[in-house]
Design a protein around this ligand. Sequence first.
Ligand SMILES: NC(=O)c1ccc[n+]([C@@H]2O[C@H](COP(=O)([O-])OP(=O)(O)OC[C@H]3O[C@@H](n4cnc5c(N)ncnc54)[C@H](O)[C@@H]3O)[C@@H](O)[C@H]2O)c1
Length: 267
Amino acid sequence: MALASIKLDGGTALVTGTASGIGKEVAFAFAEAGAHAIVLVDLHAPDIMLEKCRQYAAHPDLRLLPIAANITVEKDVENMVQSAISAFGRIDYCVHSAGIGCISRAPTERLDVEAFQHTMTTNASGTMLVLRAVSNLMAKQEPRTYTSPRSNATRSLGRGAIVVISSIPGIIASPDMMPYTVSKHAVIAIAKTAAVDNFRHNIRVNIVDGLSWIKGLRAMSALQRAAVPEEVADAIVFLCSPAATFINGSALVIDAGMTLTALRSNL
Ligand SMILES: NC(=O)c1ccc[n+]([C@@H]2O[C@H](COP(=O)([O-])OP(=O)(O)OC[C@H]3O[C@@H](n4cnc5c(N)ncnc54)[C@H](O)[C@@H]3O)[C@@H](O)[C@H]2O)c1
């Protein structure tokens, strides 16, 4: 059953990390919500995605562009944005999902410095490079508008909407996970700064914090499980949609209430 409640008025989406996990589901969710074009970015161009995107497409003429890019390499990120512009003329939604998880678990006194730097380069610097290139591009495009069928009122969709993915370790500390925890705190800081910097361009930047694969955290969620990628993807597309035009700089926590309270009488 399609989630008909999330609707896009066409538009071009650029999604990083589409070969797997959340990024892949975000591409499907954009197709289902009615995007006109989707740019699919990963280390290796994720061709296998194309057929499935078409299968879910609500737009009768969905256009797809797979791009191979390493989001930690400035030139790759610039080329990625230029290729999207050459193909589709603009980017209305950018979802940055490419990233790495916890590649090293160790307490502070035995921290693996190389793992720390690699995680920061991929998750933090990668986010900075993508937001830099996409903000620069979006700032130059004309804003779009949306007319509500209910009220017949027209409001601006702005010049674009960006969503980045942090994680629950982006808002709390977890033992033995300094590289990932620091990188995800940094992702939130980068996105919030970009949201403020982009006020003047009318570009919205939001964050989702998904409940991660960490076993101990999962057991603490009210539903006793992690979110499935689709549950995160649908929330992301909502944040890009006309339904979210007044949501900016927010960090949406998708954790079934796990971080809501420290009291767990029924768990
Ligand atoms: N899986 C979870 O439970 C969870 C929870 C919360 C947040 N997150 C975050 O969501 C994001 C996506 O996670 P996921 O579970 O979908 O991971 P995943 O490993 O399934 O997918 C990540 C994708 O990013 C790509 N990628 C990695 N480094 C790249 C680079 N330098 N350049 C281009 N592409 C690159 C990978 O090839 C992969 O296809 C990550 O930032 C992760 O931290 C995941």
